[in-house]
Write a protein that binds this ligand. Structure first.
Ligand SMILES: Cc1cc2nc3c(=O)[nH]c(=O)nc-3n(C[C@H](O)[C@H](O)[C@H](O)COP(=O)(O)OP(=O)(O)OC[C@H]3O[C@@H](n4cnc5c(N)ncnc54)[C@H](O)[C@@H]3O)c2cc1C
Length: 266
């Protein structure tokens, strides 16, 4: 128990010092310009945040959920943009790949994510399928061993800049949740493009994209998990499977405690 607390407090202190040194000087400009510095992702990765809590076998640090939450809280206390980027990467890109990937997929795609050399993103939402993700319309069909994808994804954090998308498509919308399959889509795959990015009131500097897929061709080796199990994979990741609480939600704690302290001081 003492060791676990030591780990959490050591990481908390490290994240706090890092955020004060690296993020505090740039947050106002990020908010004003709605742009993050182009090397923010590389710096987050180099600081070791992109492997937190992930399996050691594939280069992760294996830290406790408490530690991951503490780090996200410290990042978010200074910059929600940095915390959201890290939380999305860890919880809905790296974690489902670690859990459902084949060893070949983990070797090729998970290792670089956990080493901080690559950024992951998650593409579930569509213009007509938000809360009701089972209604998604992005289609795939098999041509031999190639899945051909067609559709639109929206509100995708880091969608156009991430190195790897975890993306969900359906064989046939009439099949409902049973038709949905998860795919890995590497950056630069022909037919995948960002149609636009959104200007937001909050989280300014965290890029949120609409993506179109036009005859995107993926080999079967990029299917993640069993065919037809995609929605379960997505919801499990969103609910924070394997974590005591969804990391994406823990980023709210940072701004919350900062606001509380400011209100008490005022
Ligand atoms: C900044 C930002 C970043 C995002 N990043 C990503 C990302 O990286 N990847 C991704 O896939 N998606 C992302 N999203 C999309 C996000 O997951 C969706 O916005 C969310 O799923 C809600 O969908 P919606 O916006 O279509 O709202 P809706 O589903 O239209 O919901 C609107 C409102 O209605 C309520 N509501 C919906 N259905 C019901 C019901 N049956 N009963 C009662 N109330 C209901 C909801 O709670 C909500 O308050 C992002 C969104 C934002 C704003």
């Amino acid at each position: 128990m003492a060791l676990a607390e030591d780990e959490t407090e050591a990481w908390r202190g490290r994240a706090r010092r890092w955020a004060e040194a690296e993020l505090a000087p740039i947050v106002e400009e990020m908010d004003r310009s709605d742009r993050a510095p182009s090397d923010l992702t590389r710096r987050l990765g180099s600081a070791g945040f992109f492997g937190l809590g992930q399996p050691r076998d594939w280069g992760g640090g294996g830290e406790s959920t408490r530690t991951v939450v503490a780090v996200l809280e410290e990042l978010a206390r200074v910059s929600s943009v940095a915390a959201v980027e890290t939380a999305v990467h860890l919880s809905v890109a790296a974690a489902p790949l670690a859990r459902w990937g084949t060893d070949a997929q983990r070797e090729q795609y998970l290792r670089p994510l956990l080493a901080g050399r690559a950024l992951g993103a998650f593409a579930l939402t569509e213009p007509e399928a938000g809360s009701n993700a089972a209604a998604l319309r992005c289609r795939y069909r098999w041509e031999g061993d190639t899945a051909v994808l067609q559709g639109t994804k929206t509100f995708i954090t880091n969608g156009a800049v991430a190195d790897l998308l975890l993306l969900f498509a359906t064989r046939d919308p009439a099949e409902g949740r049973g038709g949905i399959t998860a795919f890995l889509v590497p950056k630069g795959t022909p037919g995948l493009r960002a149609s636009h990015s959104f200007s937001k009131l909050g989280l300014r500097g965290s890029p949120t994209y609409e993506l179109t897929l036009d005859e995107v061709r993926l080999p079967r080796s990029l299917q993640l998990g069993p065919e037809g199990r995609g929605l379960g994979i997505a919801l499990e990741a969103l609910m924070g499977a394997g974590w005591a609480s969804p990391p994406a939600l823990s980023v709210s704690l940072g701004p919350g405690s900062k606001s509380w302290r400011a209100a008490v001081r005022a």
